[in-house]
Ligand binder design. Sequence first.
Ligand code: OAD
Length: 234
Amino acid sequence: MALPRDAAIVILTGAGISAESGLRTFRDADGLWENHRVEEVATPEAFHRDPALVHRFYNERRQSLATVQPNAAHLALARLERAWAGPFLLVTQNVDDLHDRAGSRQLLHMHGELVRGRCLGCGAIHPWPGDMDQASRCPTCQTGRMRPHIVWFGELPLDLDRIYDAVERCDLFVAIGTSGHVYPAAGLVQAAAPGARTVELNLQPSRVASAFQEARTGRATDLVPAFVEELLGG
Ligand code: OAD
């Protein structure tokens, strides 16, 4: 497929890209929300009501990062970023750090990051590789309690201005491993410029597959490296 090397690319990823690394997705059969009601763990109200439960949930998620590695799909996107001459932005809904560890740098975590904490007092954001609990205090102001740096339901995703700006200008928009259930991420394809090429790579057609010009089905570790090779003319 011919795309000029200075074309602008935006890639959106979801839990499906990390599935083959061993991290559960949210809505597949063994998905995370099956064991926990969203309202119990992923809302500001839940944190207010039972911070210990919410900390435990995210501590488990954070601990699980130590047992997984980036897969061929994460690595292919990092390679694309390095090789691409034009503007490139990777937007992920994933709170894992597998894109970071694969080497992606033009990367925005629109739903936050497990490996960071945010101060409820001064708002400072800090690297947080270990467990967090109610006794955790902010390294900046020393007094504020910490919360996971995760966007909960009812909260606004991060970096939306930068994301929309890039999507509206892009020549190619690709969504990978996301079910299209959660907005605004699921609606980004609609924001792409009228002339932009739009492609979905997913195990099965997502809820918004019809909004894309092209939808390919299969495993991310097969589809993504092959797609990157096409773009790089390999
Ligand atoms: P979902 O669990 O909703 O969807 C995962 C998608 O990945 C599904 O469409 C699967 O078909 C697909 N999939 C599974 N395995 C795959 C594989 N090996 N290769 C390719 N695709 C595969 O996850 P998300 O769409 O990322 O938000 O969910 C969006 C948001 O919902 C999450 O960021 C999270 C959740 O609530 C917050 O926590 C704020």
